[in-house]
Ligand binder design. Structure first.
Ligand SMILES: Cc1ncc(COP(=O)(O)O)c(C=O)c1O
Length: 379
């Protein structure tokens, strides 16, 4: 009999997901903004302290809403990390913006705040920090730069729900922030996201953009007697079936986060000696950050060692994966003038990073199998 496969990621039920989906069906409201969507909004607003939260169909769509809300126009510039998912950048490029790729810090792999200022021009409209692996960017410095130049900050917090920087929740620093509830995230509903609105001046328009450019939300609240087309927009609101699933997950946030913390610490403790011996390094979490325990990665000494370890784990039926390919070197990035030498840290890290299996119901025995397999690997 072959050894059972350990996937990289897997979604699991933690509580009332199926019951709440049934309740949404029985209530006869499975389109957007039903009872469970409102419950998710209230829970996140109350807990995080964001002025308003709106669930969206994905983090990608929340980012697209942010670009619309900031009224990004042709020829505007946005400062984005190169080491990120394509949506961080695409959302702004879709509005005609030119991306200015910023390199990463060598420790947290986050946007290097010391390199931001040299990228600012008269056309810069936004800085988009990504809290990689749910470890906070240097938000004090990023906000100070943004305020000095009058530039907006949009946090892409796809990985970082419930992480903190200096005691404050990630996603509550920028005027806008985005979350992902894709199946790979700590809390999921398959595909989903949220826009966190910290600057309340964006709220009224955000509701309109999310409802196809209409004032339908105001109509449902009885504030206008009919609804009509008032602005740009699209269909950015998820079905209440997805919100029902997500709400059940959010109800178990403490349990989910403490399970993930145990998994992360187990890898960290048990792989430290091996990493030191093999010239690899484990994630670095600065003292001022409480991470969200989203992922566990190894930074290996070279591309060849990384590929060797992926194959070694694969032969033991364990799936490990690389992560972002630097956007400044992608086909699209090169069209915007990206050169390999622009972001050397991002280029180097991308070749050497490997993510280990990490999901809410990863069992101790499966995690032991992963750890033992890594310890058996000699480059
Ligand atoms: C940093 C970052 N931003 C945005 C996204 C897009 O999230 P979604 O799949 O919810 O659109 C991802 C996806 O994993 C991501 O890693």
């Amino acid at each position: 009999m072959s050894t059972p496969r350990i996937p990289f990621n897997r979604t699991s039920l933690v509580g009332n997901e199926l019951r709440y989906i049934t309740e949404a069906l029985e209530a006869g409201h499975i389109s957007g903004d039903g009872r469970f969507t409102k419950k998710c909004h209230e829970l996140l607003e109350k807990e995080l302290g964001a002025a308003k939260v709106l669930l969206t169909t994905s983090c990608t769509h929340a980012l697209e809403m942010a670009a619309l809300l900031l009224d990004i126009q042709d020829g505007d510039e946005v400062i984005v990390p190169s080491f990120t998912f394509v949506s961080t950048v695409n959302a702004f490029v879709l509005r005609g913006a030119r991306p200015r790729f910023c390199d990463s810090r060598a420790d947290t792999l986050n946007l290097d705040e010391l390199k931001i200022e040299s990228l600012i021009t008269a056309r810069t409209r936004a800085i988009v920090p990504v809290h990689y692996a749910g470890v906070g960017c240097e938000m004090d410095r990023i906000l100070a730069i943004a305020n000095r130049f009058g530039i907006a900050v949009v946090e892409d917090n796809a990985h970082g729900l419930y992480g903190k920087f200096k005691g404050k929740y990630l996603g509550t620093f920028g005027s806008l922030a985005t979350q992902s509830f894709h199946e790979t995230k700590n809390f999921s509903c398959g595909e989903g996201g949220a826009l966190l609105i910290n600057d309340i001046r964006h709220f009224e328009r955000a509701e309109i953009l999310r409802e196809k450019g209409t004032n339908r939300s105001r109509f449902f609240r009885g504030e206008v007697d009919k609804y009509t087309w008032v602005d740009l927009g699209s269909s950015f609101l998820p079905s209440d079936i997805l919100a029902a699933f997500l709400y059940a997950q959010l109800e178990h946030r403490e349990e989910i986060q403490s399970r993930r913390r145990r998994i992360w610490e187990y890898y960290n403790v048990n792989l430290a000696g091996w990493a030191k011996h093999h010239g690899a390094r484990l994630p670095i979490v600065p003292e001022c950050c409480e991470q969200s325990y989203h992922m566990f990665y190894l930074l290996l000494p070279s591309f060849e060692v990384r590929e060797g370890l992926i194959a070694h784990l694969g032969a033991r039926n364990i799936l490990s994966v690389f992560h972002y390919l630097p956007l400044h070197m992608s086909e699209m990035g090169r069209r915007w003038g990206g050169e390999k030498s622009d972001c050397p840290v991002a280029a180097k890290v991308s070749d050497r990073l490997l993510r280990l299996p990490f999901y809410n119901d990863l069992t101790e025995s499966d995690q032991d199998r992963v750890v033992s397999a890594v310890l058996d690997f000699t480059a």
